[in-house]
Write a protein that binds this ligand. Structure first.
Ligand SMILES: Cc1cc2nc3c(=O)[nH]c(=O)nc-3n(C[C@H](O)[C@H](O)[C@H](O)COP(=O)(O)OP(=O)(O)OC[C@H]3O[C@@H](n4cnc5c(N)ncnc54)[C@H](O)[C@@H]3O)c2cc1C
Length: 503
């Protein structure tokens, strides 16, 4: 063990471990510090087309084949194990009205072009840490950080019961816990439109949508919903069902379950299990999943999950996205922002190590992406909670998200194709940097970003004026039609096509 490194990374979750692997693979000396020890529970399980491509980009850009082993269910099953993930063939959103039976008519379920995964994070994160160790990073777990001193010459981290460690640069990848973010006092909830709480756990014996609510013959969905990331949405919030055993090779009996409330519409006051039972009583259709279910671990309750930071980079430091800010798990954008941030940060750190330029200005583009992502997600999520109130409104609104997400995913796919073809990393870095809307859904489409901004305005205005939902839905539909020629050709404006499958 040394006590002086190029980079110290706080947190050995998926973000800290992958960043450490990349920097160590590229020749830097890296120390990871974690207050806990692997394997350990972590949340953030549903992946997306964007997060899958971003993992492949990280793997290709920094020449670490093992990172691509986390990028699809096939790869995970082959390299990490059959219990390490579930499969995700689509997003699905089932809308519910208090006291009413479920109606398969109140379902939207856009399928994915290629399968993505439900990550069993304790195995995935441990695998990521092993990649970092394989490429030469050092790790100290169960270690308590007592303070961080930043000076113009370097960084020193004081540790409990151990000598201090030093580095040229420090990265806080410790998510909510983030000791550097807390010490700097950069966190706030001010200015956020989203105010939501979350309860989550893992369960056994959760019935599938098909067994509990409606078989495929009734839902007529293009994919079996037990193989999707299933969102039950209702006036005051939403609940996820994320199984890990929903594929033929599955050996992990657990299912992730979590629910969120809009604190403005319902503020829970009781113990998590009681709140869960109250929710199931209100929405008997959702309860059908849980007739035989048992908790495999205690509920975790976070009274407010939204936070942002006024700054994410500075002289000699960077906060990774989950340390900087988080809005809500809806649409699974956490890992997208995290992986894209690493893709943007790592070349900057490598360059800084060459030039010894560790000043804030050098990392400012990384901050721009990260802060934009938090504020985009805040708008997206707060408008979505408004749209939960009515199925037709949701059916229209979710197309605003989906059309942007599909453009973002296509943009990243294009970058991957070019990188695989040319092998030119500098060209790739420049192309990513040139994306006009870093942190936004489409990354690079002015037409879409205009649609997004106008759509959010429509929803925000409707909230202020308590406008009839039918009017809001109509205005959003008009906007989608207006912009349709500049979106991918999925026929987003055909509202009767609830599954957005190309017809
Ligand atoms: C309820 C919820 C649901 C989510 N669902 C999704 C989803 O479905 N899809 C998605 O893409 N994203 C989701 N996210 C976001 C996702 O969790 C994050 O993007 C992702 O986990 C970030 O990984 P990480 O490595 O930065 O953090 P983590 O995996 O949380 O790792 C942080 C590490 O830091 C360590 N640590 C903490 N404090 C300290 C300290 N003081 N000192 C040293 N070490 C410390 C911890 O032990 C841990 O190992 C969700 C988030 C929440 C809150």
């Amino acid at each position: 063990m040394m006590n002086k490194y190029d980079v110290i990374i706080i947190g050995s979750g998926i973000s800290g471990a992958l960043t450490a692997a990349i920097l160590a693979r590229s020749g830097l000396s890296v120390l990871i510090l974690d207050s806990a020890q692997h394997p350990r529970f972590s949340i953030g399980e549903a992946t997306t087309p964007e997060s899958g491509v971003l993992l492949r980009l990280l793997s290709r850009r920094f020449d670490i084949p093992e990172i691509a082993h986390l990028s699809s269910p096939d790869q995970i099953i082959e390299h990490v194990g059959s219990s390490a993930c579930g499969i995700k063939l689509g997003f699905s959103f089932a809308w519910h009205q208090q006291g009413a039976a479920s109606s398969p008519e109140h379902l939207v379920a856009p399928p994915l072009k290629v399968p993505e995964a439900h990550l069993f994070r304790q195995d995935i994160d441990y695998f990521a840490l092993l990649i970092a160790l394989k490429y030469g990073a050092e790790s100290r777990q169960n270690i308590k950080i007592e303070g961080i001193t930043l000076t113009s010459d370097g960084v020193e981290v004081a540790l409990a019961n151990a000598a201090p460690v030093q580095a040229a640069f420090i990265i806080d990848a410790a998510a909510q816990g983030a000791p550097l973010a807390r010490q700097l006092g950069v966190r706030t909830t001010e200015g956020l439109a989203t105010d939501t709480c979350s309860f989550f756990t893992h369960m056994l014996n959760v019935k599938s949508y098909e067994d509990a609510l409606a078989p495929l013959s009734r839902s007529r969905a293009p994919i079996a919903l037990f193989q999707s990331t299933l969102h039950h949405i209702f006036e005051e919030g939403w609940l996820w069902v994320i199984p890990f055993n929903n594929h033929p090779q599955g050996t992990n009996p657990l299912c992730s379950v979590g629910f969120q409330f809009n604190n403005a519409k319902y503020r829970p006051t009781e113990a998590p299990e009681i709140e869960f039972r109250k929710l199931l009583k209100k929405y008997p259709a959702i309860a059908e999943h849980f007739k035989d279910a048992v908790n495999a671990r205690e509920w975790i309750y976070a009274p407010r999950i939204n936070y942002r930071s006024v700054q994410s980079v500075g002289d000699r430091f960077c906060l990774l996205p989950q340390a900087t800010g988080f809005i809500d798990p809806l649409f699974s954008r956490g890992l997208i922002t995290t992986f894209e941030s690493i893709l943007r940060l790592a070349p900057k750190v490598l360059e800084a190590a060459r030039t010894q330029r560790w000043q804030r200005e050098h990392f400012i583009e990384v901050e721009r992406h990260c802060l934009n992502a938090v504020s985009t997600n805040d708008q997206l999520v707060s408008c979505s909670y408004e749209a939960f109130s009515d199925f037709h409104l949701w059916n229209v609104w979710h197309r605003v998200w989906l059309s942007g997400s599909n453009l973002g995913s296509a943009f990243l796919q294009g970058l991957l194709r070019d990188l695989e073809h040319s092998g030119d990393c500098d060209q790739f870095d420049a192309a990513l940097q040139a994306a006009r809307f870093p942190g936004c859904l489409s990354l690079n489409s002015p037409a879409y970003e205009s649609l997004f901004a106008q759509s959010c305005q429509v929803v925000q205005r409707a909230r202020e004026l308590a406008a009839p939902v039918a009017d809001t839905a109509r205005k959003l539909h008009e906007l989608i039609k207006e912009h349709e020629s500049e979106l991918l050709p999925f026929g987003y404006s055909q509202i009767s096509n609830r599954f957005i499958v190309k017809t």
